[in-house]
Design a protein around this ligand. Structure first.
Ligand code: FPP
Length: 260
């Protein structure tokens, strides 16, 4: 819990008072249900393109525009962290042209947007297996992460070559490599070995395009996240959709497995 509170009180100058933090230590009635960390499975780019008789990559490009739009809305809504699923470890199984197109789009988007993101106070992080990506992408990501590391307005975590199971495999490998005593392994230790170490768990996970699957996204971290599914295809997702999701969250009571 200290990990979560430290994040909200130290990483953000304009964060809410600590008494408003969503913690498991407060009775449910005293919780202020506010989305601080929002995670999104951006689904439906291909269908959006197909409906317009466009190549799938046009859908992914429209998806980047949607992401730019939603990031602005998230800042307006005082969301402190946004995690987006941009390329999964399973997406390598798509046709080469689509995989190459997504790689290029990711690289181009970082290169074209990073100065603006930096000016706007966005802290970029990458979640996933960076070393399996091309040297160009690795460098663009690392440069961007370094450039924005002191920004505090909003955190943007791009999950690219990310898989929840791969993340757990990487964690277990490192725990063993570090020679950790099995008796000392607990949930906090495992969390500290994940790509998301030091980050709060997502309060809400949105999935667009009407699918009802987790798809290997933030498996450990979303144990108690509120899920929200919308039929809106990702390239069409905008402020109204985001506000509808946030409204839904505000009406929920988070119980974290306890009685309400
Ligand atoms: C799922 O839609 C979407 C993806 C696999 C890629 C998402 C990527 C972006 C939004 C752009 C790249 C991101 C960055 C950060 C530059 P789908 O293709 O599975 O859609 P479908 O289910 O309709 O076929």
């Amino acid at each position: 819990m200290a990990r979560l509170q430290n994040y909200f009180t130290s990483a953000k100058g304009n964060s809410a008072p600590q008494s408003q933090s969503i913690t498991t230590e407060q009775p449910a009635s005293e919780q202020t249900p506010r989305v601080r960390h929002l995670a999104i499975i951006m689904d439906g780019n291909g269908r959006w393109a197909t409906r317009r008789h466009l190549p799938r990559l046009a859908g992914h490009k429209a998806g980047v525009n949607a992401l730019r739009r939603v990031l602005e809305c998230a800042i307006d809504e005082s969301i402190e962290m946004l995690s987006v699923y941009a390329f999964s470890t399973e997406n390598w199984g798509r046709p080469h042209t689509e995989v190459d197109g997504l790689m290029r789009l990711f690289w181009e988007t970082i290169r074209s947007d990073i100065e603006k993101l930096h000016r706007e106070g966005v802290r970029l992080r990458h979640l996933g297996r960076l070393k399996d990506l091309s040297p160009d992408i690795q460098k663009a990501v690392q440069d961007s992460v370094d450039l924005t590391q002191n920004n505090t307005r909003i955190g943007l975590n791009v999950c690219f070559n990310y898989g929840g199971r791969a993340e757990l495999v990487d964690a277990v490998r490192q725990i063993i490599a570090d020679g950790r005593n099995p008796e000392t392994i607990d949930e906090d230790m495992i969390s500290s070995y994940l790509y998301t170490r030091d980050l709060p768990d997502p309060d809400m996970v949105i999935r667009t395009a009407g699918e009802m699957r987790v798809s290997n996204f933030l498996l450990w971290q979303s144990a108690y996240s509120e899920y929200y599914a919308t039929p809106t295809l990702w390239p069409d997702f905008g402020k109204e959709d985001l506000c509808a999701a946030l409204d839904s969250f505000h009406r929920r009571q988070r119980r974290f497995g306890r009685l309400g």
